[in-house]
Design a binder for this molecule. Structure first.
Ligand SMILES: NC(=O)c1ccc[n+]([C@@H]2O[C@H](COP(=O)([O-])OP(=O)(O)OC[C@H]3O[C@@H](n4cnc5c(N)ncnc54)[C@H](O)[C@@H]3O)[C@@H](O)[C@H]2O)c1
Ligand SMILES: O=C[C@H](O)CS(=O)(=O)O
Length: 491
C-alpha cells in the first residue's frame, strides 16, 4: 500500500519523492509506505484550500451538511475494513478499532445535524426599529495536527465541525498512522466534497507541522498531541496572533471510596488502564483508593489482570494489543525503572514481552504498582502505556487533593454509592471530564472533550463546543427605522 498526499482533489507523492515504511506494531512488519512531505507540499495544500474555501463558505450550511451525511454513510459501509486497517497500523484490538470508527460515524451524523442549526442569537436592539443578531462565520483555512493513538476519531472531531462551518482543511496526520488519513480523504472524495476543501499532507512534525503552524494563510491550528509539542505550537501561534486549540496529555485517576462497588471499579479500571495498551489521553494511570479497601482492590485487580490476554489485536479474545513502536516500549520501561528506584512496589508486570508469540512486535506486560506516593514520578508524569499506580488515601478530601495535584486535568472518575461524595467530586475534581461509577475513558462525541491545566488551553473538541474553535462570532445590526439612530448617545 502506497499512501500519498491528497491536495486539491488529487493524489500525489511529495515533491521530496521520499517514502518511509508503515509498520504494523503487532509484528514489526511493513504494511506499506507513506510519502514524506516538505514545505513546498504544505504551500500547495494551503493555496488550494484558500481558493476552495471562498466558494465552500457560500454553500448554505444545510447543503454542506449533506456532504457530511454522505461521509457518515460511507464510513458505515467501510467500518469493518477500516477497523481492520486501524488495528494493523496502530495496534489497538479490533473491538476498540470498531468503536473508534463508530465514533467517526457518530460525529458525521451529529455535525451534519449542526449544519441545520449553526445557531447564532437574535436579540432586541437598544433602539426602535432596529434588529440585532450574531452569527457564526467561518474563519478560512484551518490546520489540523493529530496524534497516532486515535487516528480516525480525532480527525473527525476536528475536520467535520471545521467543514460544516464553511472552512477548508489542511490536515497533517501522525506519520505512524497515514492509512486512516487516506481512508478519510477517499471518503470525502467519494462523498463529493469540492476539491481543495479537505487536504492531507503527510510528513514529520518538525517539517510539515511547523510549516502549517507558521503559514500566514492558516488562520486556526487545532492540535492534539503531547504537552511539549503543544506548548511549542502555542508559542509560534502566539507570535502570529493565530487562534490555536490544544488538546494534550492526561494523568487521569480513578478514585475508589470505601463504600464503592469494588467489582464494578475493578472492571472499569482494567478497561481504562489497559485498553488501547494505556495509550489514551484519558487512560487511568492513577488509582486513588481509600485505605480501608486497598488490599481488597489490589487482590481483585491482580486476579483480573491475570486473565488479560496480550497479543495481536486482530486475534479473537485478545484484550491488550502492542504499543506503537520500539521507542514507546523503551519509554514505558524507563518509567517502570524509575518507579522501582523511587520505592514503589511492583505488583504485576514491569517487563517487555519477548516470547515467540510476540516476536517482532512491541508488547509490554500490563503493569501495576502499589504504595505509590503522590510525589513520585510515576504518579505525576504521563507514561502512555499499560502501567497504573495505586495511591492510598484516608478521606474524600485527601483523594480530591491528590487527584488535583498533577499538572494535567483531563479525566477523573469516582466510585462511591454516596450521593454527597459523588456530587462533591463532580464539583471539586479539577478536570474537564468527570465520571461517576464509570472509568476515565469512553467519551461520547456530543459532549465537549478536553481538559484543564497542562491538558489544554481552554478550547474543546467534540460537541457544539468544537464549533467555537472553527468559527468567529460576527455581530450584525440592521436598522429599518429609515433615519440615523445612534447608540451610546445619551439624549
Ligand atoms: N487531549 C486529547 O484530546 C488527546 C487525545 C489523544 C492523544 N493525546 C495526547 O497525544 C500524545 C500522544 O500522541 P503523539 O505521540 O502522536 O504526540 P506528538 O505531540 O508527538 O505528535 C502529535 C502530532 O504533532 C506533530 N508534531 C510533532 N512535532 C511537531 C512540531 N514541532 N510542530 C507541529 N507539529 C508537530 C506530530 O507529527 C503528530 O502529528 C499523548 O500525550 C496523549 O495524551 C491527547
Ligand atoms: O482520545 C479519544 C478517545 O475517544 C477518548 S476516550 O478514551 O474514549 O474517552
Amino acid at each position: 500500500m502506497k499512501v500519498l498526499n491528497y491536495i486539491d482533489g488529487r493524489w500525489m507523492p511529495s515533491v521530496s519523492e521520499q517514502f518511509v515504511p508503515i509498520i504494523n506494531p503487532a509484528n514489526g512488519q511493513s504494511i506499506g509506505e507513506v510519502t514524506v512531505s516538505n514545505e513546498q507540499d504544505v504551500e500547495q495544500a494551503v493555496s488550494a484550500a484558500k481558493r476552495a474555501q471562498k466558494a465552500w463558505a457560500l454553500v448554505p450550511a444545510p447543503k454542506r451538511a449533506e456532504v457530511l451525511y454522505k461521509v457518515g454513510m460511507l464510513l458505515q459501509e467501510r467500518k469493518e475494513q477500516m477497523a481492520r486497517l486501524l488495528t494493523m497500523e496502530m495496534g489497538k484490538v479490533i473491538e476498540e478499532a470498531r468503536g473508534e470508527v463508530q465514533e467517526g460515524i457518530d460525529m458525521a451524523f451529529y455535525m451534519a445535524g449542526e449544519g441545520r442549526r449553526l445557531f447564532g442569537d437574535t436579540t432586541p436592539s437598544e433602539l426602535p426599529n432596529k434588529f440585532a443578531m450574531s452569527v457564526r462565520a467561518p474563519i478560512g483555512v484551518v490546520g489540523l495536527i493529530t496524534p497516532w493513538n486515535f487516528p480516525i476519531a480525532i480527525a473527525t472531531w476536528k475536520s467535520f465541525p471545521a467543514i460544516v462551518a464553511g472552512n477548508a482543511v489542511v490536515w497533517k496526520p501522525a506519520l505512524e498512522t497515514p492509512i486512516m488519513a487516506q481512508q478519510l480523504a477517499q471518503i470525502f472524495e467519494q462523498a463529493g466534497l469540492p476539491n481543495g476543501v479537505f487536504n492531507v499532507v503527510h510528513g514529520r512534525g518538525s517539517v510539515v507541522g511547523e510549516a502549517l503552524v507558521e503559514h500566514r494563510d492558516v488562520k486556526v491550528i487545532s492540535f492534539t498531541g503531547s504537552n511539549g509539542v503543544g506548548r511549542r505550537i502555542a508559542e509560534t501561534c502566539g507570535r502570529h496572533l493565530k487562534k490555536v486549540s490544544l488538546e494534550m496529555g492526561g494523568k487521569n485517576a480513578v478514585i475508589v471510596m470505601d463504600d464503592a462497588d469494588i467489582d464494578l471499579a475493578v472492571e472499569a479500571i482494567i478497561w481504562s488502564a489497559f485498553g488501547t495498551s494505556g495509550q489514551r489521553c484519558t487512560a487511568c494511570s492513577r488509582i486513588i483508593v481509600h485505605e480501608r479497601v486497598k488490599q481488597q482492590l489490589e487482590e481483585r485487580l491482580l486476579a483480573a489482570m491475570n486473565i488479560l490476554t496480550v497479543g495481536n489485536g486482530l486475534e479473537e479474545g485478545v484484550k491488550v494489543g502492542p504499543v506503537i513502536n520500539q521507542g514507546a516500549l523503551q519509554k514505558i520501561h524507563h518509567y517502570v525503572q524509575i518507579g522501582k528506584n523511587e520505592g514503589a512496589t511492583l505488583l504485576a508486570g514491569g517487563y517487555v514481552l519477548q516470547d515467540e508469540q510476540y516476536k517482532g512486535g512491541f508488547y509490554y506486560a500490563p503493569t501495576l504498582f502499589t504504595n505509590v506516593t503522590p510525589t513520585m514520578t510515576i504518579a505525576r508524569e504521563e507514561i502512555f502505556g499499560p502501567v497504573t499506580s495505586i495511591i492510598s488515601v484516608r478521606s474524600l478530601e485527601e483523594a480530591i487533593e491528590v487527584n488535583n495535584s498533577v499538572d494535567y486535568g483531563l479525566s477523573s472518575a469516582i466510585f462511591t454509592r454516596d450521593i454527597h461524595r459523588a456530587f462533591t467530586a463532580m464539583r471539586d475534581f479539577d478536570t474537564g471530564i468527570v465520571y461517576v461509577n464509570a472509568g476515565t475513558t469512553g467519551a461520547e462525541i456530543h459532549l465537549p472533550f478536553g481538559g484543564t491545566k497542562g491538558t489544554g488551553n481552554g478550547h474543546r473538541d467534540s460537541g457544539v463546543a468544537a464549533l467555537d474553535v472553527f468559527t468567529e462570532w460576527k455581530s450584525i445590526y440592521v436598522d429599518y427605522s429609515g433615519k440615523l439612530q445612534r447608540a451610546q448617545i445619551d439624549v
